[in-house]
Write a protein that binds this ligand. Structure first.
Ligand SMILES: Nc1ncnc2c1ncn2[C@@H]1O[C@H](COP(=O)(O)OP(=O)(O)OP(=O)(O)O)[C@@H](O)[C@H]1O
Length: 225
């Protein structure tokens, strides 16, 4: 479980998060929605200790500092070391050498060895994302925070990402943000909305045929910006 309690974050005089509290459960995909600029990335950076903030974050009751090796945040740019190959970047992300067989076992036909031979600077935006998805599938980290990972992926890659996330959540806390409702409707177990500097858990049950778009619009009516 990841528990955020009374997170307050400002950039200068601009208050972005105002006493944000939420609990994200292991074994479930928690999807965080919110308008552009609502503060989703800022919240993820606080959870990952990449920004200073007030309040507390605990990971299965351990403080943030203690779990850094088990926490795998992925941000939209999917930054890689540009002069290193895909294989070398994978080794750094996963924390061990990755063989072609191991990569193939988690990527199937999605990522070719030739693609990973290239320097990261020669990879497209979507291809960099695929390196990160491969790393997530290999590392199976206990805490996964993904921001806009589905953004810019082609159809086949989205199907692959869905299967990777579904497997990952079995042993992990997975929190994801992005604007692709069609995709997150298929993977989300719990839905949270970030608006007016606070997080609210929405009443959403995909197994009952609930639609994310409806949950979002209902939330927007209740909580206009
Ligand atoms: N480093 C920064 N310095 C100053 N202001 C920032 C910084 N990073 C983000 N902000 C501001 O904080 C607010 C929240 O930004 P954030 O990137 O967290 O939003 P978001 O919900 O992830 O948006 P999007 O859906 O567009 O990705 C915005 O108003 C943004 O301008």
């Amino acid at each position: 479980m990841i528990r955020a309690e009374k997170i307050v974050k400002s950039y200068g005089r601009h208050l972005v998060l105002d006493e944000v509290s939420a609990v994200f459960q292991r074994g479930r995909v928690s999807y965080l929605l919110g308008r552009n600029g609502a503060g989703k990335t800022t919240f993820f950076k606080c959870l990952s200790a990449l920004e200073s903030f007030c309040g507390s974050v605990t990971f299965d009751n351990s403080p943030l500092q203690g779990i850094r090796p088990g926490l795998f945040p992925v941000f939209d740019d999917c930054a890689l070391y540009p002069h290193l190959s895909g294989w070398e970047n994978l080794r750094l992300l996963v924390g061990r050498k990755v063989t072609a067989d191991q990569a193939r076992a988690v990527t199937g036909t999605q990522v070719s060895p030739a693609l990973l031979d290239k320097p990261a600077k020669a990879l497209s935006y979507g291809q960099r994302k695929k390196v990160y998805i491969t790393a997530l599938a290999l590392a199976r980290p206990p805490y996964v925070i993904v921001d806009e990972l589905a953004n810019g992926l082609d159809y086949d890659s989205l199907i692959w990402l869905q299967s990777v996330i579904t497997k990952l959540k079995q042993n992990s806390v997975v929190i994801a943000a992005g604007h692709q409702f069609d995709f997150y409707e298929r993977v989300a177990d719990d839905v949270f909305a970030l608006a007016q500097k606070r997080i609210t858990r929405l009443d959403f049950r995909s197994q009952d045929g609930d639609r994310l778009e409806e949950a979002y619009l209902t939330h927007c009516q209740r909580d206009p910006d």
